[in-house]
Design a binder for this molecule. Structure first.
Ligand code: SAM
Length: 239
């Protein structure tokens, strides 16, 4: 998701470090606060407070920015709805979107899902995890080829090169007759996404637990109509 200057995280303002007048915490309170903050940053990131799922802490070096609870739930509900409308038990590929995978497993455990991810910490999901490096877009187990009627992808970077490679992966995963595709990426990718994957932006705006500086969009290769805001026609584009 990050792409050098294209990516910018919105951080809270830093207080003036030289301000001698700022209130001081007692040693005990400072220790308790430090322990609390260390737990939040280094430990398992608890989204369980809102009935969500637990994920590993974000590693910004891997361009990891987790969806907020509302976004993850909305995506999981859409994927489950798509799956229920297809014959058999259609498999879902979650490409570089571990939060969606975790929510899907929790809310719709009967929907077969596979997480393709670079971060081996997600090996905790056992057979549900497949190592994936977008730089080798088709270096995947043969069993995954053309096996997914539903593919969701959230590429790690906002570059043409990354989207082109992820598009190759999508072609590898989807059967020749096609699949439902949901792509989550920056709005700056709108034209490339249409060209490479024939997907268009929806009204629904994905949000992240930690706010990002650039606008994210959900793109789909089908019109979700009254769900997820449908395809966004606000710019007058002919869809
Ligand atoms: C923009 S985040 C998407 C995460 C999503 N917002 C979520 O909450 O599930 C990009 C994902 O790409 C993964 N990633 C980083 N480097 C990668 C690489 N070389 N190949 C494939 N995936 C990579 C990160 O681990 C991260 O999960």
């Amino acid at each position: 998701m990050a792409s050098g200057p294209e990516e910018e995280r919105v951080r809270p303002g830093v207080e003036d470090e030289d301000d001698d007048e700022r209130p001081q915490l007692s040693a005990a309170a400072a220790t308790a606060l430090r322990e609390f903050l260390e737990q939040r940053v280094d430990g398992e990131k608890g989204k369980g407070d809102e009935g969500g799922v637990e994920l590993v802490a974000e590693d910004w070096r891997l361009s990891q920015f987790w969806y907020d609870d509302r976004t993850a739930r909305a995506l999981a509900a859409e994927v489950a709805r798509l799956a229920s409308g297809l014959p058999g038990a259609p498999a879902v590929a979650c490409v570089a979107c571990p939060t969606l995978y975790a929510y899907l497993k929790k809310t719709s455990p009967d929907v077969p899902a596979q997480l393709l991810e670079y971060d081996e910490r997600f090996g905790r999901y056992g057979a549900g995890f497949t190592f994936y490096d977008y730089n080798r877009p088709e270096e995947l187990p043969p069993a995954l080829k053309h096996a997914y009627r539903i593919v969701v992808a959230d590429p790690p970077y906002l570059s043409q090169e990354c989207l082109e490679k992820v598009a190759k992966t999508v072609s590898f995963l989807a059967p020749p007759e096609g699949s439902f595709l949901l792509l989550l990426t920056g709005e700056v990718q709108t034209d490339r996404a249409l060209e490479l994957l024939d997907v268009r932006p929806c009204g629904f705006k994905p949000q992240h637990s930690n706010k990002l500086g650039n606008m994210f969009r959900l793109f789909t290769n089908y019109d979700p109509a009254d769900r997820l805001g449908g395809w966004d026609r606000s710019d007058g584009a002919s869809i």
